[in-house]
Structure formats: C-alpha cells, structure tokens
Design a binder for this molecule. Sequence first.
Ligand SMILES: *Cc1c(COP(=O)(O)O)cnc(C)c1O
Length: 465
Amino acid sequence: MLSEAIVRPAESVRAWASGCLPPLLDGAVSDLLYGAPQALMALARAHGSPYHLLWPDVLRQNVEAFRAVLHRHRVPFELFYGAKVNKSQALVRAAVGCGIGVDASSIYELRDALAAGVDPRRVCATGPAKTAAFHAELLARDCLISVDSVQEFWALERRNQHGPETRVLLRYRPAGSQASRFGMGGDELLHCLRQLAQTRNRLRFQGFHFHLGGYDYAQRVLAVAELAPHVEAARYLGLEPRMIDIGGGLPIRYVEADAYESYLGRQASGHYRNGRVPASFYPYGGRVGACEWLDRFLESPLQDGASVAQYLQANELTLAIEPGRSLADQTGISVFQVNGVKALPQGRHVIFVEGSSFSACETWFASEYLVDPILVSASAQAPAATFSAYIAGHSCLDDDVITNRLIEFPRTVQAGDLLVYANTAGYQMDLLENEFHRHPMPRRLVARCGARALADFDIDEPRSD
Ligand SMILES: *Cc1c(COP(=O)(O)O)cnc(C)c1O
C-alpha cells in the first residue's frame, strides 16, 4: 500500500518548510521534524496514514504559563480544560495531572475526566442540552454545573430533591450576544437568583458563567462589567457569589503576524483551486497569544478606576477560565502520506494524500487552515522546483479537500512524501473524524519527552465508552 519511496535510506529524508505561511513550531516538534524526519516515515510505516502525534508535556507547559500570569495578577483562579477541543485521553490526563479541572459537556467527556483521575468537584459541566442521565451523574458526583436556562434550572431542582446540595453557576447571555441561544438574560438570571435564595433550595449558588464566540478580550471585560450588578443583586438576596467563569476563546498564534497580514493583504481568488477566497478565517497570525490576552484582560479598566483583577480581588471572586484551544496549543501535529500527484492545467497540481479532510477539517467550515504544511521528502534528491498544488483527500467527495489554497512547495512533491500539518490539536485533527469509506480511524500517538524515534511514541490510551 505504501510507496517504495519510503523504504529508501533514512538519511535521505528531509523536511522543507514551504510557501509563505510557515507554522510557528514548539521546540519539541521542530526537533522531531527537522532533526529526525526519518522517524516520521517510520511512524507512517508502522501506523498508516494519516496519524496524529501529541505532546502532553506541552499542555503542562501551557497550564504553567497561564498560572504564572494569574499569580502575577494575584487573582484567585480555577482552570478547566475545555475537553471537547481534542479526543486524546493523554491530553485529558495531562490536564488532570497538573491539577486543573475539566470542562465537560457530555457524559462521555465526564467519564474520560473521571478515568483520568479528576477530582469530580473540579469538573465544570457546561453545554445547553444536558440529558437527564448527564445531570444524574453530575449530581451524584458533586460536579459544578453551569445552568444554561430557566428550564434547565427547573429540571435540576426537580432532579435534586433528595441528594446532597449541588453547586451551580448561572450562564449569562451578554448584551453583545443577543442572537445567541446560550445563556440567560437579566430577568431570567434574577428569577433563578430568587429561587436560589429560598432557603429550602438544594442548589448552592456559586456565581456566573459566560462563554463568547470570537477572540476579543475587550468583549469579556464588557461581559464582566455587565455581570457586576448581578453580583450585587445576588448579595442583596443573601447569596454569596464566589466565581466568575469567563469560558474559553483565548487565541493562539499559528503563524508570524507580519507574514499573515502580508498574505491576507495580497491573497486573491487565483490563490484558491476553487477561485473563492473564504469569507472568514480564524486569526491564525494574531499578535496576541493566550497569555498576553489574559494579561490584558486582567489589567483592563472595569469600573470605578479598578481593573478586572482589582474588581475580582475586592469582591473575593475566583476567576474561572475554560481554555480549550489555547491549552492544546502546540500539543499536536497531523501527518499525511502522499498517495499520488496529478498535473492539472496551468502548471498546477493536486496532491492526493492517504487520509481525508475530516482529519484536518477547516474547509468543512467554509474556511481554510492558513498554515502551510511542511513537506517531508522521502528523497533528498527530489528536484528543487516551485511546485504549486492544492491538497485533496482520498474520498470520492468533491469537497474532500484539505487545502484549497495553492501551496508553493520548494521541491517537487512525490508519492511517499509526507505532509505535516502543525498545531492541529485545537479542533483541526479530530473534530469531524470518522470512518468514511470504511477507512479505520487514524492513530493518535503520544510522544514521550524529547521524542525523536519510533520507540518514543505510544498509542494514545483508550477513552471511556
Ligand atoms: C468550547 C467551549 C470552551 C472552550 O473554548 P476554546 O475556544 O477552545 O477555548 C469553553 N467553554 C465553553 C462553554 C465552550 O463551549
């Protein structure tokens, strides 16, 4: 099945950064890519294509970086790993292992977190449509529950008539998100607060939650400002708010900002195989990473001359954050082997890889992963040439295209070569993955510290049923 190109001597394997949007790479990843690319070939032989590599150690570093910012601002905090970002159990275990909680929005994510040894009291359950079974398990384990609606509030009251008290947050729908179906407006919050204030209620109020689309910290500052009167109202009713959970959405940087802005400024329909520039992109080349974002959020003025951090301190409120993508930053790459290359009119090519766009899925959201894949040539003798190609999957769907953008490669791409998509752990690699055409699910492999060879990778541990 695999081309003979990959059984050539290991020394001939080389990695080439290509095109104009080369990925920012963590040291562990670039060591492997540029220092030991033959290991990537060996992994393809052993595990097929595509496969995903994960570095749980990098997630631990990301947690430490957040903690450093939060300590510096002296705010009490609680971190919850937004587990939906990636299906790797090793990442859940890494998060739990460094002592943070987990944001679970299904019974399965909850079970994965429990299997990883989480203290159930450090699970925060979000999601707008929790089933009765999910509620029951959350209640039985004393997890923190973010209540999305008045209806959910009533259901929880009904379902919790006998057990011990349960801690709840109320999810707020900020003024800037009126079209959203998530969370509650001011009147609904007040209704819930009044119910919670009744002494017979078995739901114990902890505070407020929101989660916004977009990546703007100023929007979160506004939402906290909107919540301040509700914090007051809760106190007036005799409740003790102790947490504000600002959800996730902390941005990460995939490519250099200058390169990115320059690309956006000159891209045109001719750069895409379908002649269409997508209407929107993730801000791949933003100037602010997650830690700086958090820094700016905390030092932003909120009210009466006080910053967000000072407001939280003065009100003895714990800041909760539920980062998904930003905790998964640089924790994974996805590797596709080239099946064949076909010449097209106008000097273009299409590269067919073994694998599908479900394993690198941005195009399914009418957008594009604006990060160039790195070419690992099976042969160092591959002719140097500008080689313009888009990248298609192996299925018979016309839309099974991983990269619509025509990538300029520095070498001719040949069957047996590898294309490495960097930094895919944040939703890209497995959000839509499936067994279409009966292809087996791609392997997820976990790197040990300093991994440079086949033997340094283990198969990811299984998830719970
Ligand atoms: C998805 C989600 C998150 C994580 O968002 P990221 O953008 O990955 O950080 C956090 N909280 C809630 C409620 C979510 O739905």
